[in-house]
Design a protein around this ligand. Sequence first.
Ligand code: A3P
Length: 271
Amino acid sequence: MTEEEMYATYKGVYLPKVVHSSESLKYYEEFSFRPDDILIVTYPKSGTTWMQEIVPLIMSQGDPELVDTVPNWDRVPWLEETRACNLNLDQRPSPRVFITHFQYNMMSTGFFKVKPRVIYVMRNPRDVFTSYFHFSGMASYLVTPGTQTEFLHKFLDGKAIFGSWFDHVKGWMSAAEQQHIMYISYEEMILDLEASVTRIAQFLDTPLDSEMKRKIAERCVFKNMKKNKMSNYSLVPSEFMDPNVSEFLRKGKGYCRRLEESSNCSRGGLL
Ligand code: A3P
């Protein structure tokens, strides 16, 4: 099926109709943010799922109960997704944690008024592209990507869901008010996850001792997090996400020029 058949255009970008109904988009537009909400913002395939693990562990002072028992889509709901309307989010205690893939100029009036805490995660576009290519093959609600070259043209032209990576990063990086936004890169997390946990915990005003930071980082490294069925999407029916085509937690690598030679950091590349 084509983009025209599977996607709706919302504020200038494609969104898959199956996961974003007009009711869910209206729900998002009218959503009441609280100043202590934590909003994880990403272009798709930039580390959203990773943050859905790290942030709850920081907020629980390392207690793994929530991440071990609640799937990430309920633990840290996706605000503009259809399911969000049915989760009674207004009754959740503070601090609530959400994700969104929206570009800066797509955010609601309520967001700009309340200014909740934002963690903006960005990732090298080469690896985003590769991850997005494989994901588009395994998720039935996305248009099949075709060849890598075909998908590359769509990616560069912003014809993938949530629009252009370039517009996304540029918009959020030039946000008018940045005091409530923390910027972090996927590559920084690959290079030193414990230091990244420390930085995120500081931003969230949640002091952690060094043992706790070490434990959270250890739990969230790719090979360990991949085993958590509440986070690895293995609970999703295969008609929706087919692990035989590609796993959701696929390779978990980041391209970091500075430490190219290091075993900690290797290039995802066009595989
Ligand atoms: P790859 O496809 O390159 O492996 P998102 O959650 O935004 O959709 O991003 C998915 C990407 O993040 C996938 O990249 C996935 O493997 C990676 N990822 C998820 N958890 C990770 C972790 N703990 N460490 C490193 N990468 C992780």
